[in-house]
Unconditional design. Sequence first.
Length: 366
Amino acid sequence: MKVLILGAAGKAGRAALAAIRNLPGVVQVFLADHDAEGLAKMATLPAPFPIRLRYLEAHHPRDLRERLREADLVLGCVGPFHLHEEEIFRAVVETGRDYLTLCDDAGVTEEALSRQEQAAAGGSRVLLGCGMAPGLSNLLALRAASLLDRVERLGFFWRLEALSSLGSATLHHLAHSLAGKAKIVKGGSESRVRAGGWPEMVDFPPPAGPAVLSFLRRPEPLTLTRAVKGAGEVFFKAGIGGRAEDFLLHALSRLGEEGYAEVLLNLLGLTGGRARGAAGEGRCPTCLRVTAEGTRGGRPFRVHLAAAGDYYRVTGMMVAASVSWLRDLDPPPGVYSPEEGPDPLRALPFLRASGARFFMAEEPLA
């Protein structure tokens, strides 16, 4: 299997490369990015397969398709996803390549799911959201829902603790996701709420502790309702960094300009003056919690599942689990939501290797 990693020089791309390094069946890897300096640093990385570097501007359709044709499997790590993913998806379908993407943009996810027939006709197998969120978040929700006889409410709660350790593309997409309207399910129907609104204090397992979270535009409410029937309420809330950092990101989302984003991030000393496109360094601790409410044995019941670890390491290992799923199960061509990808039993060995920790709590409701 020849693998192409788009956005390879970013933190997610590097994590994906590290995670697939020991997977059987990978015979060659192409690393593509517009960051030539970042690519050059990856040329000497130890790997059991040949590594080839490819300079690529993802918004150039012809160059993108040339790169795709070199590989059997494409890993999508190019952010911000709301700017690049639609063009990459079109190119993947046109060239008939298999595609695993980290895309966490709700609008792009909805568009990709609507093109099921085109992907199937072109011979492409596309798995959406194969990272920590979406990806692991969906697996936790499915598991929590399976512990109830009837699911009435599903809540996603996500805390990213180190804003300065995120890549620039991730920061820009988070600011984008805090603007506009977030789709949720309320009263059994799709509804829209202001992204960044309705803050609430949410508890996380130690050492994370409590954090203030607000609505975020995410694809999980869209895809979970396809897999968990009957849930009358599904929503996603997030908090990024400390209170000052979270306030900053909310401010950037209102400004909506990347230039302003860079200015304000540098003013607060969060980027250390790094160049546009460069990734933040260091670990990125994160905690993800899913709470399902419903009934068990005829009684109201609540289930909490949580995962904590390094955002990029967990994301990389979810990519590896997704590659394993595609190779071993050999699904037919089409577009797959995260719930249709690797199941918890397949993903667990990879997640353990990432150092992720898992928590569970159950409680009857009065």
